[in-house]
Ligand binder design. Structure first.
Ligand SMILES: [Cu+2]
Length: 287
């Protein structure tokens, strides 16, 4: 039964504003291998604002995920390997650097309470590796975000079921109306409009929590003012969003995206200040 939550989700191909993203759905089994499920739907919009991507085609990529442990346990280190092949099974050799890295790996728990953004090491021959651990029992969704050289941005998904005690799962409650306090920052989220299917601007305003003074010396994180990841409540949609002005330093950091359909989404903004990266989560209901 554990698998049912993710296997019912429809796979989508997305083109996000300025940074096209594709995703397919992969199905976890306890042997650590997986089978890709064919893409079941496609969405796109034609707008492009500087990301260089224009259209989405089937990327014909095959990704094989493996964990050293057959049955991963909570809070234990596991080596994860991600093998990228073309449709003929040949390893993809070269990848484009995007935001300073060859691959971005996002890991979330299925209730979206846990979020991790890490960067697997490239070993050559299409093979990426990283050691990671999952904090609790339960299902996790992994999203590998990369661009094969000369190709298009691709997001491949995988589900891992972790053995061990699972915490109480809290429902996602929209909370974008209140500022969030984190690491002595007060972060306020706002939108120019909030409507599914339309390109919109998300603004993070960052202040010092104690003094309430705007913070205007944010440091680049992964080559930009910040990094934002958006995932739908059912984990079926992954929106990797990038800044409108990469060189901004605060107190405002603006990002563009399109929510493909109405519903509840979780948004994580990641910024760097005084040498330290902080992550601020918000939950938004998109009409
Ligand atoms: Cu990354």
């Amino acid at each position: 039964m554990k698998k049912s939550i993710f296997t019912g989700v429809v796979a989508l191909t997305l083109v996000l504003s300025g940074c096209g993203a594709k995703m397919d759905h992969s199905n976890m089994n306890h042997e650590g291998n997986n089978t890709a499920i064919p893409q079941a739907g496609e969405m796109s919009h034609g707008e492009n604002h500087g990301g260089g991507d224009t259209t989405a085609k089937d990327d014909n990529l095959k990704v094989t995920w493996k964990l050293t442990a057959e049955k991963p346990q909570s809070n234990q280190n596991d080596d994860l390997t991600i093998q990228v092949q073309d449709k003929d099974g040949k390893p993809v050799q070269d990848f484009e650097i995007q935001h300073e890295k060859l691959m971005h790996l996002i890991i979330v728990s299925k209730d979206l309470s846990y979020f991790e953004h890490i960067h697997p090491e490239y070993k050559g021959n299409g093979l990426f590796t990283i050691t990671t651990k999952f904090p609790n029992g339960g299902d996790y969704k992994l999203y590998a975000d990369f661009v094969p050289k000369g190709g298009e941005k691709s997001v491949k998904e995988h589900v891992v079921t972790v053995e061990g005690a699972a915490p109480h799962v809290a429902a996602l409650n929209p909370d974008t109306d209140k500022p969030k306090a984190i690491e002595n920052k007060e972060v306020t989220l706002s939108f120019d409009k909030l409507k599914a299917g339309e390109e919109l601007t998300i603004n993070f305003n960052i202040k010092n929590e104690t003094t309430k003074q705007p913070i205007s010396n944010l440091q680049p994180y992964l080559g930009a003012v910040g990094h934002v990841v958006i995932i739908s409540e059912d984990t079926g949609l992954y929106l990797h969003v990038h800044p409108m002005d990469e060189k901004a330093t605060g107190p405002d950091a603006k990002f563009m995206t399109t929510f493909p359909k109405s519903g509840t989404y979780k948004i994580w903004g990641q910024f760097q200040h005084e040498g330290k990266v902080f992550t601020v989560p918000f939950t938004v209901k998109v009409p």
